[in-house]
Design a binder for this molecule. Sequence first.
Ligand SMILES: [Zn+2]
Length: 132
Amino acid sequence: MSVNSHDPFSAPDSGPTDPFLGDPNDPSKLLDELDPVEPLTDTDRKEIAADLAELSEFQAALSPHGIQGIVVDCGDCGEQHYFSWALMASNLRSLLGHGRTGVHEPAAEPLTDSYVTWDYARGFTDALAHRS
Ligand SMILES: [Zn+2]
């Protein structure tokens, strides 16, 4: 079982590649594939830990701009799910702890303009990181 396609720990060349490029469904697959309760592999745990680390970068970079969290196109129910930074982080942490999460529980009355996709957040933080 693969959480997603990127594994920064095993990729010696961690350049500005975007593993979601050309695959807009990847971020929701990330969550959907974890829906069944299965034991996490070490790779899964590393990837989730990497996602958590990335998420905190996103929050640090984006929250000063009024962005409140991540929106995910859900391949399961076809809806968009809005996760505040804290909710997304707690979902990822609960994956590490229990192997499942409440992805379909939306944030209460999200301000939808204040949420960005994982892709967008990654592009934004990449741009900041490469700004001299
Ligand atoms: Zn859903």
